[in-house]
Design a protein around this ligand. Structure first.
Ligand SMILES: [Zn+2]
Length: 107
């Protein structure tokens, strides 16, 4: 695996981590605000969670595979939000953790 592919996989993992972290943090704030009976704060947290979640999901869905340069999470030529949990490129099958394999023959 060449260094550009490692960097590309690291970027895809980073985008995915930001997506799930942002959604988790937003829902945590929403639960905390509703627990404190702060309706406006809860609505604000919900709006921020939805807005930031949509932005991060679109950003994650547009990540390109470092090997085949197609959209990593989409089997077609257009980006898709439906398969953001996939761990392999839907075009060439490159695993998301391919650069973490110590012994490539055991992959
Ligand atoms: Zn690929």
């Amino acid at each position: 695996m060449i260094s550009e592919q490692r960097e590309g996989l690291r970027r895809i993992r980073s985008r995915r981590l930001r997506l799930w972290s942002g959604i988790s943090l937003g829902f945590t704030l929403l639960i905390a605000a509703s627990w404190m009976h702060r309706v406006w704060l809860a609505l604000f947290a919900l709006g921020c969670t939805v807005g930031v979640g949509i932005y991060l999901a679109i950003r994650a869905s547009r990540a390109r595979c470092p090997r085949c340069a197609q959209y990593f999470h989409s089997p077609s030529a257009d980006p898709s939000l439906r398969r953001l949990l996939t761990t392999r490129c839907l075009h060439c099958g490159l695993p998301l953790s391919a650069d973490r394999v110590v012994y490539p023959s055991m992959e």
